[in-house]
Design a protein around this ligand. Structure first.
Ligand SMILES: [Cu+2]
Length: 63
């Protein structure tokens, strides 16, 4: 499990898009979003770098 800072997240649509991006790497991943803190907690067996790359591609670069 790891936490990511994603400043560009701002609404429910972002939560959905971020969750989908993470789950495109690991369909079993658990994603928890704290919008106020712009923080995402990801529970996955996938590599952090793979998740970060998928998020960047989806338009949500990790800080
Ligand atoms: Cu949004």
């Amino acid at each position: 499990m790891f936490e990511l800072q994603i400043p560009s997240m701002s609404c429910g649509h972002c939560i959905k898009a971020v969750t989908e991006a993470v789950q495109s790497v690991d369909a079993q991943a658990k994603v928890q979003v704290d919008l106020a803190q712009h923080q995402v907690t990801v529970e996955t067996s996938a590599q952090r770098a793979a998740i970060v790359a998928a998020l960047a591609e989806a338009g949500y670069p990790v800080q």
